[in-house]
Design a protein around this ligand. Structure first.
Ligand SMILES: *[C@@H]1O[C@H](CO)[C@@H](O)[C@H](O)[C@H]1NC(C)=O
Ligand SMILES: *[C@@H]1O[C@H](CO)[C@@H](O)[C@H](O)[C@H]1NC(C)=O
Ligand SMILES: *[C@@H]1O[C@H](CO)[C@@H](O)[C@H](O)[C@H]1NC(C)=O
Ligand SMILES: *[C@@H]1O[C@H](CO)[C@@H](O)[C@H](O)[C@H]1NC(C)=O
Ligand SMILES: *[C@@H]1O[C@H](CO)[C@@H](O)[C@H](O)[C@H]1NC(C)=O
Ligand SMILES: *[C@@H]1O[C@H](CO)[C@@H](O)[C@H](O)[C@H]1NC(C)=O
Ligand SMILES: *[C@@H]1O[C@H](CO)[C@@H](O)[C@H](O)[C@H]1NC(C)=O
Ligand SMILES: *[C@@H]1O[C@H](CO)[C@@H](O)[C@H](O)[C@H]1NC(C)=O
Ligand SMILES: *[C@@H]1O[C@H](CO)[C@@H](O)[C@H](O)[C@H]1NC(C)=O
Length: 897
């Protein structure tokens, strides 16, 4: 719609020009060489000087990522003693020479705009576009209210902040106002109402991502009925959507709201919805997200205008059968019914009649049955996403008729049979092919061909067998390849090393065998950043050349049968965030340098190998480590004091070694430590009580069993455990936040040593069995949150507290304490059993998951990857970007480069 506003303004200028020229003919201005007025030229040059030129959206290796036309510094062309009317971004009134248009969108401007900025001298401005720059969280100056003749104002995504000035409501001639994507801008009710009431000419309004949490939704009723375009996405409104059916000229309506804890924060009544859709007779683009429509019958959608071209209802709690009445919208180009977990039924066959459709996303509902063949008649489809339903049947070779497809995502369904061979090369435009988490068997198609556009290929979580086809190496654009969790029975696919853009390679949980081959000159794997070969049958040593892949951030080789020593060459990987070599047969010493080689390392897992010698002593201040696991080796001697430098440590598992030391009370200073496992070592002496500095205040899992501790039960620590009960813990699994890597630990549950591959944040255990602890535990009455409590095989005395969960623990929790009495009579019915069940399930689920939506940054325009994983985008100053791109709220036509 931007073009419409610009067209209108152009029309206005045109009329203005003709009107004024007929009124006042001036004999010299129309012939002067310089059209530009000197004072305005000066103001512009001074305006230019208030900024530096800077790329601000990304500060990472992914700088190339930019989901909009490539920015360029328009003001660079502004030179003194040239006609300012000829400068880039400037429009002048041809008659008066006044600067009436300033269009500096996407111009890399960085700096603060204060109220005395020379910009505010340009009072003749009619059109002002400063969108997509970085004004350093400037307060939106009241001076903007002085541009009385302004019809078009666009300050979208330009990092303005502070209180929204009421003076903007002076701009009563505004036709288009876009202040979207300024997350720190706060707009309150009284000002919004002034704005709504005074801007009577307004046709376009976009306040998405402006903080309107203080605005009463009923204020929307004040909006001018001249509006044709209204976008209010993620602006913090909450409550009920009021009746806005007076906005009957709307062509575009986007309303998105935050959706959290599994429910919408805003609702629409069936009556209101009905009135709205009946009155929006001109609507073409209608998108709601996070609006509770559970009371709205899907049949109400019937009343939506028949000229509709885009319909999105996301997270709207739609209930019941797929609303097949929408199929009578022959102009529909985009249909996006996603994340409505109560939307059921089969995909209607009649969808095949929507011959204009080029974007179809029905993901994350409860649709079942087969994919109707009629869909494959929609030959203009560029995007087909049916993931996360319960679709069954086979993937039809007719899919290959969709020659314009750029994205095909059928993942996470119950599709079975063979993957059609033709899927390897049916569309030259295909960038994303995701068939993961289905029940496909047979082999991987062998038809991938030269010229393929594939960037993302995912067959994870099927039952595919045999070989990784050589033809995948034809996909020269491949950035992500995930074939994990299948039955592939092949040797290591060294040939993938020729894919010079490959950044993520996941082959975990297959039957790969033989030796791991490292990169060579011809098979260089030169861009590899994430490499997961875990749970295969690879053997032999880890090739040293892997450690030349200095861009690696994640290296997971766990659960194979790798042998040999862990080379100190690993310490060259200075960008590493995760190093997991656990569950192999590695031996020798752990290289000292592993304690501090990478400032970004957050996971170091060397558990279940045959390492001996001592724990590295080089952990240093500034460490990012959150997870450190050396469990199940033959490590000796002491727990190094330097571990207390790892201020971010959440999990420390040193169990099942030969550590011969006293209790490492110094670990109590680690204020984020939640899990401490030291079981089955030779630790001895007193388990010291806490002091102010040594508090273990976040501990939830505390396992000291099978050591040689003596003295009283460290009940003071348990008091600190209570802290976590009060905090608002959600049922989640503990994982590395940057890489969605699930932390694991090994615990004894139900008498079995279990590797918990996922740790619930609610799991709490105390295990002190098999030592020589003494004393009583009356003071433990309050530990009502414990799920596992074991003190058997000690020398404890006195009664077990009654009337609380202590009686629910299995008697094996207490046995072999000669002085302990009042053993529980009931069998354990605590959540322990669920815990261990949960720990075993889901082995197939990705340990690291990379959805293409997060990866495919900015697919709304030209599929620009930039391989930005979700978190990279989140780290930029504007989190709004992420949401926008994941939603795919772009016009599908812009997919083409
Ligand atoms: C504002 O500018 C941005 C970036 O150029 C553009 O995408 C958007 O459509 C504009 N808004 C309006 C209402 O024209
Ligand atoms: C003619 O142009 C000059 C400079 O462009 C300006 O200073 C002067 O005022 C103009 N004269 C009239 C009569 O407009
Ligand atoms: C950006 O804002 C910060 C904080 O207000 C300020 O210290 C800094 O000088 C500003 N930088 C520019 C270039 O305006
Ligand atoms: C604003 O527009 C009016 C009417 O077109 C015109 O007379 C006036 O000079 C303009 N004001 C400025 C500051 O350009
Ligand atoms: C409405 O606009 C007019 C004309 O620009 C202005 O004089 C008046 O102060 C504005 N009213 C409010 C409430 O902002
Ligand atoms: C929005 O503004 C309110 C009121 O100033 C503030 O409490 C809240 O934290 C802000 N929300 C966001 C997401 O910034
Ligand atoms: C519905 O739209 C018509 C114009 O198309 C308008 O006259 C009427 O007031 C609107 N209804 C409501 C309830 O606002
Ligand atoms: C999916 O569909 C299959 C076959 O109809 C059925 O057996 C299975 O229970 C369904 N799964 C879910 C999660 O609904
Ligand atoms: C692992 O490799 C060693 C040495 O090659 C061999 O003895 C052992 O049987 C292998 N273990 C498994 C589980 O394959």
């Amino acid at each position: 719609m931007g073009w419409l506003a610009r067209f209108l303004s152009f029309l206005l200028f045109h009329l203005y020009f003709h009107a004024s020229s007929s009124l006042s003919f001036s004999f010299n201005s129309s012939f002067s060489a310089m059209l530009c007025q000197h004072d305005q030229s000066l103001a512009l040059l001074q305006f230019k000087k208030t900024f530096s030129i800077r790329i601000t959206y990304l500060h990472s290796p992914w700088e190339s990522y930019f989901p909009y036309p490539k920015p360029y510094p328009k003001t660079e062309s502004w030179k003194e003693s040239t006609d300012c009317c000829s400068w880039d971004g400037i429009t002048c009134d041809l008659e008066t020479g006044n600067v009436i248009g300033l269009h500096l969108s996407n111009s890399l401007l960085f700096g603060t705009i204060y109220s005395n900025n020379p910009l505010f001298f340009l009072l003749h401005l009619q059109s002002l576009d400063l969108s997509y720059n970085d004004f350093n969280n400037s307060h939106l100056s009241p001076q903007f209210g002085q541009f009385f003749n302004l019809t078009y104002l666009n300050l979208s995504s330009s990092n303005f902040g502070g209180e929204f000035p009421s003076e903007i409501s002076y701009l009563s001639g505004l036709v288009s106002l876009d202040l979207s994507l300024n997350d720190f801008l706060i707009l309150e009710t009284t000002i919004f109402n002034k704005l709504a009431q005074n801007l009577t000419q307004l046709q376009e309004l976009d306040l998405s991502f402006v903080n309107m949490s203080l605005v009463a939704p009923s204020s929307l009723m004040n909006l001018s009925s001249s509006l044709t375009y209204l976008k209010l996405r993620y602006c913090g409104l909450h409550g009920k959507i009021p009746d806005i059916s007076h906005l009957s000229k709307l062509v575009t309506l986007h309303l998105s709201f935050v959706y959290s804890y599994g429910r919408s924060m805003i609702e629409i009544k069936p009556m209101t919805f009905d009135r709205l859709v009946r009155n929006l007779t001109k609507i073409r683009d209608f998108r709601l997200r996070g609006v509770n429509m559970s009371m709205v019958a899907p049949s109400s959608l019937m009343n939506l205008s028949s000229s509709l071209s885009s319909l999105a209802l996301i997270l709207c709690e739609l209930q019941g059968k797929f609303p097949d009445n929408i199929i009578q919208r022959p102009n529909l180009q985009l249909l996006y019914l996603t994340d409505n977990e109560h939307l059921t039924g089969p995909i209607p066959v009649q969808l095949g009649r929507l011959s204009c459709l080029d974007y179809l996303d029905l993901s994350n509902n409860k649709l079942h049955g087969p994919i109707p063949n009629s869909i494959f008649k929609l030959v203009d489809l560029t995007v087909l996403i049916l993931s996360s339903n319960n679709l069954t049947g086979e993937a039809s070779p007719a899919t290959c008729k969709l020659k314009s497809l750029q994205i095909l995502d059928l993942s996470n369904n119950s599709l079975n049979g063979f993957i059609p061979q033709c899927l390897g090369n049916f569309s030259n435009n295909l960038s994303v092919l995701h068939l993961g988490m289905n029940k496909f068997h047979g082999t991987i198609p062998e038809t991938f061909s030269v010229g393929s556009s594939l960037r993302y290929l995912n067959f994870n979580g099927n039952q595919l067998q045999r070989k990784i086809p050589l033809s995948i190496s034809n996909c020269r654009n491949l950035e992500i390849l995930d074939l994990g969790n299948n039955n592939i029975d092949d040797s290591f696919p060294h040939f993938l090393g020729t894919l010079s853009k490959l950044q993520i390679l996941i082959l975990k949980s297959n039957k790969l065998h033989g030796l791991v081959k490292g990169p060579t000159a011809n098979y260089s794997f030169s861009k590899l950043r994430i490499f997961d070969l875990s749970r295969n049958k690879l053997h032999g040593p880890i090739p040293n050349s892997i450690f030349k892949l200095v861009d690696l951030t994640v290296l997971i080789l766990s659960s194979n049968n790798l042998t040999g020593e862990a080379s100190s060459a690993a310490c060259k990987l200075k960008s590493l965030q995760i190093l997991d070599l656990s569950n192999n047969s590695l031996n020798g010493f752990i290289p000292q340098c592993l304690g501090n080689f990478s400032k970004s390392l957050s996971v170091l897992h060397l558990g279940m190998n045959k390492f001996h010698g001592t724990i590295p002593e080089t952990f240093s201040v500034g460490s990012s480590l959150r997870y450190l696991n050396f469990n199940g080796n033959q490590l000796q001697r002491k727990i190094p004091l330097s571990i207390s430098n790892c201020r971010n440590l959440e999990i420390l598992d040193l169990g099942n070694n030969n550590i011969d030391d006293s209790f490492p009370h110094f670990l109590g200073t680690l204020s984020k430590l939640q899990i401490l496992i030291l079981k089955s070592n030779k630790l001895h002496g007193l388990v010291k009580g806490p002091t102010a500095n040594y508090s273990f205040s976040k501990l939830r899992i505390f396992d000291l069993s099978r050591n040689m501790f003596s003295g009283p039960l460290p009940a003071e620590y348990f008091d600190n455990f209570k802290a976590m009960v009060n905090s608002d813990v959600k049922m989640e699994y503990m994982r590395d936040p940057n890489n969605s890597y699930d932390y694991s630990v090994s615990l004894t549950l139900k008498g079995l040593e279990i590797e918990l591959v996922k740790i619930q944040t609610l799991l709490t255990t105390i295990d002190l069995q098999y030592s020589t602890l003494t004393g009583e535990f009356e003071q433990l009455v309050d530990l009502t949150f414990l799920q596992v409590f074991r003190v058997s095989h000690n020398r404890l005395e006195g009664p077990i507290p009654e009337g609380n969960q202590f009686n629910t623990f299995d008697n094996t929790s207490y046995e072999e304490n000669l002085g302990l009495c009042g053993f529980p009579l009931e069998k354990c019915n605590s959540r322990e059993s669920q815990q261990s069940a949960a720990s075993k399930e889901d082995d197939s689920e990705s340990k690291i998951g990379f959805g293409w939506k997060a990866v495919l940054a900015g697919y709304g325009c030209g599929l620009i990857f930039g391989i930005a994983m979700g978190y990279v985008v989140f780290k930029t100053r504007n989190p709004a970007w992420f949401v926008r791109m994941v939603e795919g709220f772009q016009k599908p036509k812009r997919f083409k480069n």
